[in-house]
Design a protein around this ligand. Structure first.
Ligand code: A2H
Length: 253
């Protein structure tokens, strides 16, 4: 664990009923995949959600109505942050694997895509955040490369039972313009660095170094309520709005 706590925004990605058999016990509750992000201002461009196929997840009671699906590790942390029905004690209503989550249809805050699906990503770490990640391929090189792999490889889709209509059409939604990188900065930087694999950690780290700080300080929103405003200004405004409207919560670890 880091000495410095990291604060994430947990995006409440609502599972759209009817629930599949593994989630039937949750019927009647508001069930969310809780995705940990550092970039709440990018939520307009969500195309899917990522889960680790062999990862262990649980459905935990946040209060009387709401249930979050995430790792047990993060549920324990949440229980000490007033995000558990029973204070300091997680209550798990169902144990789930990532494979149980693949294909769930979700409604996620601010997303221009009204329904997005949970898809497999093998690079998800289970000791960081919630183990659930929302995917914004316009601005995240990791998300761009992972989604491109699923889109271009039918065998990869078949391996994880991913239906074509969950990934196609592959429309990247421009949301932030970064001078020198345009409005699909993740794609541009992956092409420029000739990144061919989602597992090329070094090049992906370089891609992030090249775009993130510049995106924050010089990027301009090209969509949404703060269209035309600098990312630096829009970010806290969008974050606060998500929190105020109950569409997200803060989480530290
Ligand atoms: B970010 P840090 Cl658009 N395993 O959200 C792997 N990656 C994880 C994770 C986990 N368990 N939990 C969160 N993340 C991702 C948006 C985004 C993110 C954009 C651009 C960059 C970016 C959409 N995906 O992250 O190690 C989440 O993806 C840059 C690293 O705590 C989260 O924010 O710094 C970020 O990594 C947290 O990573």
């Amino acid at each position: 664990e880091n000495a410095q706590p990291q604060e994430y925004v947990l995006i409440k990605m609502e599972v759209i009923p009817p629930f599949p058999p593994k989630l039937k016990v949750l019927e009647g509750k508001n069930v969310y995949l809780a995705a940990a992000t550092l970039r709440p201002e990018t939520m307009y461009g969500q195309t899917n959600c990522w889960v680790l196929p062999n990862g262990n997840y649980g459905a935990f009671e946040v209060n009387d109505a709401d249930v979050f699906i995430l790792t047990a590790r993060s549920a324990l942390n949440l229980a000490y942050q007033n995000l558990s029905r029973v204070p300091e004690k997680p209550t798990c209503l169902a144990e789930l694997s990532g494979n149980d989550l693949i294909g769930l249809p979700l409604k996620s805050p601010l997303s221009f895509n009204e329904i997005i699906y949970a898809l497999p990503m093998l690079t998800i770490l289970t000791d960081k955040g919630t183990g659930i990640v929302t995917s914004v391929p316009s601005d995240s090189p990791d998300d761009f490369m992972a989604l491109q792999a699923l889109v271009t490889k039918p065998a990869l889709r078949a391996k994880f039972g991913v239906k074509d209509e969950w990934v196609l059409p592959f429309d990247i939604i421009p949301i932030i313009d970064i001078p020198g990188f345009g409005d699909k900065s993740a794609e541009k930087v992956c092409v420029d660095l000739k990144i061919t694999s989602q597992y090329d950690k070094e090049k992906l780290a370089e891609a992030k170094r090249m775009t993130y700080l510049k995106g924050f300080t010089e990027g301009v929103m090209v969509v949404g309520e703060y269209n035309g405003r600098k990312v630096e200004e829009a970010k806290p405004l969008i974050k606060n709005k998500l929190l105020e409207e109950g569409l997200a919560v803060l989480y530290s670890e």
